[in-house]
Design a protein around this ligand. Structure first.
Ligand code: DGJ
Length: 748
């Protein structure tokens, strides 16, 4: 029997052997057997099975490596009672549990009816299958509450997207108190390890590892947006390994496509079943549903890797590039950008930006981005946010002269905006103090001297869309850096009246309006690209990535810190969306001094940008930058869209299991090019840099090694087979402190 059958031990013996699926053809991704009531999703990478049991519950059956269509899977059946305290409904792995009857695990849906009844028991009603999409409709056992479970399948990666649509067809309004996108049930087992990403401003994407013990681990944001603190991604690995095995072992992983309050719970229940439930955060949540109204939940994507967490990341990267990003399935490579922020902060003006643009163009930059400070009375972070007119002192002739100059230098032009915020010291706030999130008569807590506009309000949405549309219509702008520099406080919506449940719809409606503004802008200005920035990586998730082309992972641009931030980022997100700037040394955060080449190589692991003050550069700096930008352009397709291998992890430097070095490799989809980045923290005791073994090459092909920067041990051949580079490996010649080397490999 296949090893991933869920709960094989607990399934009632009488029904185990009978659910063979003889009619499933190899071409069908989604198949339903009327005889067994089993749905199967079969892709080359994964099989997922669920079914309807005799009572009408929808329950999970299998999730793991592909099995043959004709292989038997158990008939869906409620699991046997464990004790009077744990009846069948508390131990059966429901696919989308309503809170009702007897079930103590995390519900996917919880509803309160106007008569005080809070019991919701969802049973299968019907389904439709269309190409790679499955819709299963569930209904409460007595009330006209309908839930459509939506499954989308990407056959190439095996990633399944799940969401739900809840419809009130009763004659009375009801209130949804909790709505998840999906519950994912893992195969029964007691030896699972959870990995997830945590952080803070300027310290994002630390990979956490913990054995899954009985109880619940909660990953969430209550901040109104995705947050720096937890990212809506998880990976669960079979086996209790403190360090992830990049290449072997089974990994189930998922990511939620939502940029507002979210929650993912990872439960191990009393019978050691693992369930992952994710969607809207139920904290302070309510969504009143009038008769006939619906609530849709965001997509929760999940996949499976039988070859370690390295492959899990590569699956997600491929899925993001081909299925999520606005330019899917073949996003354009990210241009090399220059950004003015660290050079000038708010002191932007036409002569200063023109001088920087000339210097940026001379090193091969393709996009010049003017950051904060160009609008309103914006001379510091105390004023101006909300007043989106060009500052007449800084740009007396508007933006056109600067944009024309940037174009004449053969670059396109990008601009910073922070559309969702307002400084109290602004014309906008003086005119519309009621436009911000607030509770009547309560303080309005500022952060970075700003308040959050209530984007859920139709008038605020219209204002924000209007000024952005005007900006893009009147100026030749290729790129917006869309910033968002604080979290919510006092999230009231007084205009909706005293009904707190109505006001709580702000958590959903705000993000819907954010998404709809982005979608409408993109439709009207299809050439414009957008970066999601939130004081660094505070808004990085698959929801925003459906509408933006890249993200800013961190305000921390220290090239050494960035190695671990970028490493953490890469577990969930593609290097093709990871903007990384080369900035000044010593860096503003750690006062660490590093060479320009080290800074470049660190940033070249993602989408390269330059954020240094070019007015301070020497001729030698310009020459180094020009060479490395040219080298980057020769490998960027591979870095941004290739397969990433984490060869030596920088994680946990100074802790057990950590390494003082780090190395990554990217391989082009056709395996004709690979790029290797190696970083040394500090030489100790005269030890050489560890031997580096490449991965993912064609073993039979001959690859020539070409230095991008740095040298190799003397006996390194110039050309050797993929097998040689993977099994014999190579030693970069790195000694000292904060040194780096990079090489490309090309099929001869
Ligand atoms: C925060 C961003 O992350 C920075 O890059 C910069 O754009 C500042 N905001 C500007 O205020």
């Amino acid at each position: 029997m296949p090893k991933h059958l869920l709960h094989t031990a607990a399934i009632t013996a009488a029904v185990v052997l009978s659910a063979v699926l003889p009619t499933a053809s190899a071409q069908e991704t989604i198949h339903y057997s009327p005889a067994t009531h089993v749905f199967r999703i079969d892709t080359p990478a994964v099989t997922y099975a669920l079914g309807v049991n005799a009572q009408g519950d929808l329950q999970a059956i299998y999730w793991g490596a592909p099995i043959a269509p004709a292989d038997p899977v158990p008939m869906p059946a409620r699991h046997a009672e464990v004790a009077s305290f744990d009846g069948p409904t508390t131990v059966t792995p429901f696919e989308y549990p309503g809170w009702g009857s007897v079930d103590y695990t995390e519900p996917a849906l919880k509803i309160t009816f106007p008569d005080g009844n809070r019991d919701l028991v969802l049973h299968y009603l019907s389904h439709t299958i269309a190409a790679d999409n499955l819709k299963i409709t569930m209904k409460d056992i007595s009330r006209d509450v309908f839930v459509d479970l939506i499954y989308t399948v990407d056959p190439a990666t095996g990633v399944i997207g799940r969401s739900s649509v809840i419809t009130n067809r009763t004659k009375e309004p009801l209130t949804i108190e909790q709505a998840a996108s999906a519950t994912w049930n893992l195969p029964h087992g007691s030896d699972y390890t959870l990995r997830y990403l945590t952080g803070r401003w300027a310290g994002e994407d630390h990979l956490q590892t913990q054995k899954i013990a009985p109880g619940t681990t909660v990953l969430e944001s209550r901040r109104g947006s995705t947050g720096h603190q937890n990212n809506p991604w998880f990976a669960i690995e079979r086996g209790a390994t403190p360090n992830p095995d990049e290449d072997s072992g089974e990994v189930w992983f998922g990511a939620l496509a939502w940029s507002g309050n979210w929650r993912i719970t990872v439960e191990k229940n009393q019978v050691e079943d693992i369930r992952v439930t994710g969607g809207y955060n139920p904290f302070d949540f309510a969504y009143p549903l009038a008769p006939g109204a619906t609530l849709a939940t965001p997509a929760f994507y999940a996949g499976y890797s039988g070859h370690g967490i390295g492959e899990a990341s590569r699956i997600l990267h491929r899925f993001e590039l081909t299925q999520i990003l606005p330019q899917k399935p073949a996003p354009r490579p990210r241009p090399v950008i220059y950004n003015s922020w660290e050079a000038t902060e708010f002191a932007v003006d036409e002569p200063g930006q023109t001088a920087l643009a000339e210097k940026a163009a001379s090193i091969g930059v393709e996009r010049f981005v003017m950051d904060d400070g160009w609008f309103g009375a914006r001379n510091s972070d105390h004023a101006g946010l909300g007043d989106w007119y060009v500052n007449p002192q800084k740009f007396p002739h508007g933006l056109k002269p600067l944009i024309d100059k940037v174009h004449a230098l053969h670059m396109d032009f990008g601009l910073w905006v922070e559309p969702e915020m307002v400084n109290p010291d602004s014309d906008l706030y003086r005119a519309h103090p009621d436009w911000v999130l607030n509770f009547t008569g309560r303080p309005r807590t500022q952060a970075r001297n700003q308040l959050v506009l209530n984007l859920a309000r139709p008038d605020v949405r219209a204002y924000v869309f209007g000024f952005l549309d005007k900006l893009l219509t009147e100026n030749d702008i290729a790129f917006l850096k869309w910033d968002y520099n604080r979290n919510w406080a006092e999230p009231g919506w007084p205009a909706l009246g005293p009904d707190s449940n109505q006001q709580k719809t702000v958590y959903v409606q705000y993000i819907r309006n954010l998404y709809s503004i982005l979608a409408e802008l993109r439709a009207k200005h299809p050439a414009v690209e957008i970066e999601s920035c939130s004081g660094g990586g505070g808004r990085v998730d698959l929801g925003i990535l459906g509408l933006t082309d890249e993200v800013w992972p961190s305000d921390n641009t220290d090239p050494f810190d960035r190695l671990s931030i970028q490493d953490g980022f890469s577990y969930a997100y593609s290097p093709g969306v990871m903007m990384a700037w080369v900035t000044d040394s010593p860096g503003w955060l750690n006062q660490r001094t590093t060479s320009l080449a080290y800074r470049f190589l660190s940033s070249m692991q993602g989408s390269l940008g330059v954020g240094a003050n070019l007015n301070h550069w020497t001729d030698a700096d310009f020459a180094t930058a020009k060479d490395l930008i040219a080298a980057y352009k020769s490998v960027r397709e591979t870095v941004q869209h290739g397969s990433l291998y984490r060869l030596i992890s920088p994680r946990g430097f100074g802790e057990t299991g950590g390494s003082e070095n780090s190395a990554t490799e990217s391989v082009s989809p056709d395996r004709t090019q690979a790029v290797l980045f190696t970083f040394l923290h500090s030489s100790t005791m005269g030890y050489p840099y560890p031997q580096v073994y490449l991965k993912g090459l064609d073993p039979a092909k001959q690859y020539r090694i070409i230095s991008i920067y740095g040298t190799l041990a003397k006996d390194t051949p110039e050309t050797a087979s993929g097998a040689y580079w993977m099994h014999h490996g190579l030693t970069p010649d790195l000694t000292g402190d904060f040194k780096a080397a990079a090489f490309k490999f090309e099929v001869r």
